[in-house]
Ligand binder design. Structure first.
Ligand code: PEP
Ligand code: MG
Length: 537
């Protein structure tokens, strides 16, 4: 018996089953330099392979949105140009040209600091695997062939693997690579499969047929458990499933305080698919739509029309409040198609609303898209990183300018659309009373607020023990923001990580927070805690 402790839980739950080791095919390219007369043939081979992949992905995209994104990636003209150039200019064969071109695109994503963007590299690698399998004339392994209950063990799982997961047989997932925002994590969470990712060295410890107990919530894997441990985990699994059922039964219960105030439970999302996946938890809306992901996953600044389509779909999916935050780029978030000047202190530099106000035409494209989407649902606009009332006024003035244009063009939008702001800078705390007179709502961004108030970088592991939203300075700032909002009769929400922390719920409820916005996976737990605290269960 051996115990392995893991820090990255992608999806909670307990599993007891035998391992099925999902081995990857060797798709490394056979490299050779090609003579001039073969170049055309190699380009055709690439185009034929791409055509087959396009057809495969088109079928898959009907039932799963992830593959629409893959379809765009495989048809992207920069990928095509890059492959053709490697064949024509560097005399590479199609296999190595594709392999290199894919690796280059993936590297751009991997270099980003943002975890979510980093993990988009897996998507482009997935597309690469399909192209390579076509070029080599081999079939990719298929998880869908599993015939008995198992815990899948793999280096990583790609979207094309995860769509084939049959929950009758797949009882758990363990991967050596990947992060908690990777597709495998998102899909596993959605399917309710206990999943641990980024378990270094685990492939060397386990083989197909080995019995394993895993508690993904606790981050424990037990290899070859003794009889007593096996029984203990079977019992735990039953208890966990009972708890899940209990939580699911609470989904229709609203959280109402003794004095009759309804507390909203919302979700944070990065795209429309996240909203779709979150719907089963029965949230009260979207408290934070991080629009920057739309910019970061693109090859160009998304146009008004491209953005409109995304926001419209989001508004239609989310029948309640949909809070779209305008571009929050800069700091650790970069764009693959836009060169940021090197800054000594990027978190204190040209980022978020500062960029939007400097690049007004781009800002207007986004605002016009959001405004047009407001004709399809209860859309709100939220500005990030505001530090002065002038900045808020300037941003609101651009909204008015866009409204005027749309009116003149006869395009529909909601005239009374609410405009609010993130409360995530020390200046916003100190000026909260002033802001509350001009904003329609507040949303407290504890992730940045904590780092700026405590002067502790939110991503620096060396000082991670100093980064705490329970620090009295942060708590006092939160209380101050909520009080200022209520004085002016506007609502104070929170979309930083603290809102999804069960340990913080009592304090925040006591402070009078109106809206808790968090990742979809946390909603059931916060709901239960708030229902208990308000005496509703
Ligand atoms: C925050 O700062 O708390 C927040 C929600 O925004 P982000 O994490 O995207 O900076
Ligand atoms: Mg922030």
């Amino acid at each position: 018996m051996e115990k392995v402790y893991v820090s990255k839980t992608a999806s909670r739950g307990i599993a007891v089953a035998k391992i099925y080791k999902y081995e990857e095919l060797d798709l490394s390219p056979v490299q050779c330099k090609i003579p001039e007369q073969d170049k055309e043939g190699q380009v055709s081979q690439f185009l034929d392979a791409r055509e087959s992949v396009r057809a495969e992905l088109e079928k898959l995209a009907v039932t799963n949105e992830i593959f629409s994104a893959h379809l765009e990636m495989v048809m992207d003209f920069t990928l095509e140009d890059s492959v053709k150039s490697k064949i024509n200019n560097d005399a590479e064969n199609a296999e190595s040209a594709v392999s290199e071109a894919i690796a280059e695109v993936a590297a751009v994503f991997e270099m980003m600091d943002d975890e979510y963007m980093k993990e988009r590299a897996a998507d482009i690698q997935d597309v690469g695997k399909r192209l390579m399998a076509q070029l080599k004339g081999v079939q990719l392994p298929d998880i869908g062939n599993l015939q008995e209950e198992a815990i899948i063990l793999a280096k990583d799982l790609f979207p094309s693997d995860t769509v084939k997961i049959n929950t009758d047989y797949v009882k758990g997932i363990i991967t050596e690579e990947g992060g908690v925002t990777s597709h495998v994590s998102i899909i596993a969470k959605n399917l309710g499969i206990p999943t641990l990712v980024g378990v270094k060295g685990i492939l060397g410890k386990l083989n197909t047929g080995d019995t394993v107990c895993m508690d993904a919530g606790e981050g424990v894997i037990i290899i070859s458990p003794e009889e007593a441990v096996l029984n203990e985990y079977k019992q735990k699994k039953q208890e966990y499933e009972d708890e899940k059922q209990r939580l699911e039964k609470l989904r229709d219960k609203p959280v109402i305080t003794k004095d009759g105030k309804k507390i909203s439970l919302c979700v944070n999302v990065g795209n429309a698919e996240d909203i779709e996946r979150a719907l089963p938890v029965k949230m009260d809306g979207v408290g934070l739509f991080r629009s920057e992901l739309l910019y970061m996953e693109n090859t160009h600044f998304p146009t008004e029309e491209e953005q409109f389509q995304v926001y419209k779909r989001a508004a239609e999916l989310c029948t309640q409040e949909l809070t779209i935050r305008t571009l929050d780029i800069g700091g650790d978030k970069e764009l693959p198609y836009f060169e940021f000047e090197k800054e000594d202190n990027p978190f204190l530099g040209w980022r978020a609303i500062r960029i939007s106000l400097d690049m007004k035409e781009m800002f207007k494209e986004q605002l016009r898209a959001i405004l047009r989407a407001s004709a399809f649902g209860n859309v709100r606009i939220m500005f990030p990183m505001i530090i002065s009332v002038e900045e808020l006024r300037e941003a609101k003035a651009v909204v008015e300018e866009c409204k005027k244009e749309l009116r003149e063009e006869g395009k529909e939008f909601c005239e009374n659309i609410e405009t609010g702001m993130m409360m995530e800078t020390p200046a916003s705390v100190l000026l909260a009373e002033e802001f509350a007179k001009e904003a329609d709502f507040f949303s407290i961004g504890t992730n940045d607020l904590t780092q700026y108030l405590l002067a502790v970088d939110r991503g620096n592991k060396k000082i991670a023990d100093k980064y705490s939203y329970f620090h009295p300075a942060v708590l006092s700032a939160i209380k101050h923001i909520i009080d200022a909002a209520h004085k002016e009769n506007i609502k104070a929400g929170m979309c930083g990580e603290m809102a999804g922390d069960v340990k913080a719920a009592e304090i925040l409820l006591g402070y009078g927070l109106d809206e808790f916005s968090m990742s979809a996976g946390s909603v059931d737990y916060i709901r239960e805690e708030l229902l208990k605290l308000t005496g509703n269960i």
